[in-house]
Design a protein around this ligand. Structure first.
Ligand SMILES: [Ca+2]
Ligand SMILES: [Ca+2]
Length: 467
């Protein structure tokens, strides 16, 4: 009898909750709009990473939704990060650490489906274009998208404008936004979103800017006063307490900060990166407005993320491939159906969490074996307890662990760094050898991956020179 009463109470409670939800929200699976950005660090107005940057569209999206202010990539380089996002697994589980193996090439992912293909198998109409997986959806993944949108490639000038290596060139080019692949892709996505859709859809777009080369039309450069820009903090003595184990200096591909200083173009590169961010912000606005204000708005979840961050001189470094904040911190915003408005959380989360989160929001069963966890508890209550830490990995056995207050880095050879974000957001002071923080290190080290799959070696997959 006791059981029966309990059953009835729980059952009635559920019915009431379901009824209340049904009265306020559409039923059935939500549409997903999935926006990836390439190499955008925390220089977004709402993230506060740069005092000059102008990103009105991303800021507005954050006001309409939930901003994760402590989100991190799992791999600080394009291909590795994207494999992790699209599989919901860590590099230490798959062996896809950098440009060594694409999703379809990895035997460790032979039984996995990238998120949009998983959704397609659940009845979603899938559309994708631009830079998503680094080398596209090849081999057994070729069926991922029902509709292939534009590749979104941006044009490059015939002759270099300002830098001797093509991939690192920058300057105002081409003349009009409409000539930019990113803009064309945004227009295509906005056109689809402007029409009422009868079948649930998963629309994925990947913008290429602000990835180098830093070319966008002149009006985006003109948004900024070059001579008044604030340059990143890059004191040379910051490197004095970095252990020799730091692998960044052993595997630099981008120009060194010394080279940039010697060229006299530090300020111009910062200016060009800001111009590219404002341009991509405009492309995000085209898609986000169509998704949030168009005929499918009431039943659409939008997620925006960047594959990793970007150094512009901090720690004497350029581009990515480090385990510091400039490389791992990434924008992450959710908006739309069931997402709170104007909310933010500093709970530490990873891009690897997108996979299970989107599954849960869409009622798609989460396939076993994901390393990420669903962010649904934080979507339901951004102040919810969240006793987790985030792992980022740069080449085998080098990991960074971030929680609400700290970053701990553990290199393969045992070298360590520890930063207290409560009073050192720039990660200037390495506290790893301070005995007062031994317990902090121990606690964070407990999050280090137990399994470290060796680097997969697949012929033909490697970084382009200079990238
Ligand atoms: Ca990237
Ligand atoms: Ca330092």
């Amino acid at each position: 009898m006791k059981f029966l009463v309990r059953f009835l109470v729980v059952g009635l409670g559920l019915t009431a909750a379901t009824f209340l939800r049904a009265a306020n929200e559409p039923v059935g699976p939500p549409n997903i709009v999935f926006i990836a950005i390439d190499d955008l660090n925390d220089w977004v107005g709402c993230l506060g990473g740069n005092p000059d940057v102008k990103t009105p569209h991303m800021d507005r999206l954050a006001e309409r939704g939930l901003l994760f202010t402590n989100a991190h990539c799992q791999v600080p380089v394009c291909m590795g990060s994207r494999v992790s996002v699209f599989s919901g697994k860590l590099a230490s589980t798959t062996g896809c650490y950098e440009f060594n193996a694409e999703f379809h090439q990895a035997p460790t992912l032979a039984n996995d489906l990238p998120i949009p293909l998983l959704f397609k198998r659940q009845g979603y109409h899938t559309l994708g274009g631009g830079k998503l997986l680094h080398s596209g959806f090849q081999g057994r993944l070729a069926e991922t998208f029902d509709v292939q949108l534009s590749p979104g490639r941006n044009p490059t000038p015939k002759a270099m404008m300002n830098w001797p290596v093509k991939v690192w060139d920058f300057g105002p080019f081409p003349e009009r936004d409409e000539e930019m692949g990113d803009h064309q892709l945004a227009a295509e996505a906005a056109e689809f979103l402007g029409q009422a859709q009868s079948k649930p859809f998963f629309l994925a777009v990947g913008f290429h800017r602000p990835h180098v080369p830093l070319h966008v039309p002149k009006p985006w450069f003109d948004l900024y006063d070059r001579d008044a820009l604030t340059l990143p903090k890059a004191p040379i003595e910051d490197m004095d307490d970095i252990p020799e184990s730091d692998i960044t200096r052993q595997k630099a591909i981008a120009p060194s900060h010394a080279e940039v200083l010697k060229s006299g173009k530090w300020r111009d590169l910062v200016h060009a990166y800001l111009a590219c961010i404002s341009f991509v912000d405009h492309c995000v606005g085209m898609v986000a407005d169509a998704a949030m204000e168009g005929p499918n708005a009431g039943n659409t979840v939008l997620v925006l993320w960047s594959d990793h961050g970007f150094h512009l001189g901090e720690k004497q470094h350029w581009a990515k491939r480090t385990l510091w904040a400039e490389s791992t911190r990434a924008p992450l915003i959710f908006a739309g159906r069931g997402i709170p408005h104007g909310a933010r959380t500093d709970a530490p989360v990873g891009l690897v969490d997108l996979y299970p989160t989107l599954c849960e929001l869409a009622g798609v069963p989460v396939p076993e074996g994901r390393d990420g966890v669903s962010l649904r508890p934080l979507i339901d209550d951004p102040t919810a307890d969240w006793d987790r830490a985030v792992v980022s990995t740069w080449l085998p056995n080098n990991h960074s662990i971030v929680d609400r207050d700290w970053r701990y880095i553990h290199y393969a050879d045992g070298g360590e760094e520890l930063y207290d974000h409560r009073n050192d957001a720039d990660e200037f002071t390495n506290l790893a050898s301070d005995p007062r923080f031994a317990d902090v290190k121990k606690r964070l080290a407990s999050w280090l991956p137990k399994q470290n799959v060796p680097l997969l070696k697949v012929p033909g997959a490697k970084a382009k020179k200079g990238e």
